[in-house]
Design a protein around this ligand. Structure first.
Ligand SMILES: [Fe+2]
Length: 313
């Protein structure tokens, strides 16, 4: 009987204890014939890895309960303005991994270049700070909603930037009109607007439709590195692991157009020293960008041009 074993068997080859080997197969076999097909496909692997992990580290009840409490606490902290569970996945590299798997699957294995020779813009993680329904703004308008003269604005003044580029089809190489460029980034104090009581709602968020030439353009700020929140289980875990909490300076994008695969990605400021050591493991070399000085524009000191290439759906 699997549940009343008292003695621990030692594997002669590994020298490790062997705990209740029948249990794992019993759990897997409990799945019924009418189970959800994808769940029935993936659950055996999940159970084997979970049980294998517990056996591998000799997980005790107290440690398992600490893990349960960590997940429960992350859930209690999460709502439409904060995603602590997503943040936990980020610092464990899980979102970066599933992003990689998903993009490779969608692009039919390792294809990153289309028939026209246009390189498809790589994806990157969504991250825990996205908010849907950012305001749709005309091109060349600003996503700063703070008052000039405010403390927030004073911190941002030396970072004011113009960002523009084109959205093109990887298939034809031609520009795409009416593609939606959804953009969001953290403020100069390292906080997204929903974390920052001094920032107006939807500050540094906006959506822009490309014009007939496939061009989008806006005013924003040059991003700065920020620490992920330290007041929850993700921050506590980082401290326990003796890890820093910083994400390198980056701007988030979701670029979409009917008939094309929606691209979720980020660009990273190559001059930020944190770019080589992202707490969320999301940096890709193709997504590194260099801001240039902007001349003759009293609304911006920095300039960035970045093009997106979408693959067909
Ligand atoms: Fe971010």
């Amino acid at each position: 009987m699997a549940f009343i074993k008292q003695e621990i068997e030692i594997n002669r080859n590994t020298g490790k204890p062997e705990y209740d080997l029948e249990l794992t197969e019993q759990v897997i076999a409990a799945t019924g014939p009418d189970a959800h097909p994808r769940l029935a496909e993936i659950l055996p692997s999940l159970v084997r890895h979970l049980h294998g992990f517990a056996r591998d580290v000799n997980l005790t009840v107290a440690e398992w309960m600490a893990g349960i409490e960590l997940i429960n606490e992350a859930g209690r902290m999460s709502n439409d303005r904060r995603d602590e569970t997503g943040l936990l996945c980020d610092i464990l590299g899980l979102e970066s991994l599933v992003d990689e798997i998903t993009s490779k699957l969608l692009l039919n294995s390792n294809i990153t270049e289309s028939e026209s020779g246009e390189a498809i813009t790589p994806s990157a993680i969504l991250g825990p700070f996205y908010r849907a329904n950012a305001p749709i703004l005309p091109n060349d308008s600003s996503i700063l909603r703070t008052e000039p003269g405010s403390d927030w604005y004073k911190q941002a003044e030396h970072l004011l930037a113009h960002l523009s580029g084109h959205v093109t089809s990887a298939t034809t190489g031609k520009p795409l009109r009416d593609a939606m460029v959804d953009i969001w980034l953290a403020g100069p104090n390292g906080l997204y607007e929903q974390q920052d009581p001094s920032a107006p709602d939807m500050n540094l968020r906006g959506r822009f439709l490309t014009d007939a030439n496939g061009r989008y353009a806006l005013y924003c700020i040059r991003p700065t590195a920020y620490p992920v929140p330290g007041d929850g289980p993700a921050g506590r875990l980082l401290k326990l692991l003796d890890r820093h909490p910083y994400r390198p300076a980056h701007i988030h994008f979701i670029v979409s157009k009917t008939g094309y695969r929606t691209l979720t990605t980020q660009v990273f400021d190559v001059e930020d020293k944190r770019v080589a050591d992202d707490v969320a493991f999301a940096v890709k070399k193709e997504l590194m960008v260099k801001f240039k000085k902007r001349e003759g524009d009293d609304r911006a000191l920095w300039d960035l041009e970045y093009d997106f290439t979408l693959s067909e759906a």
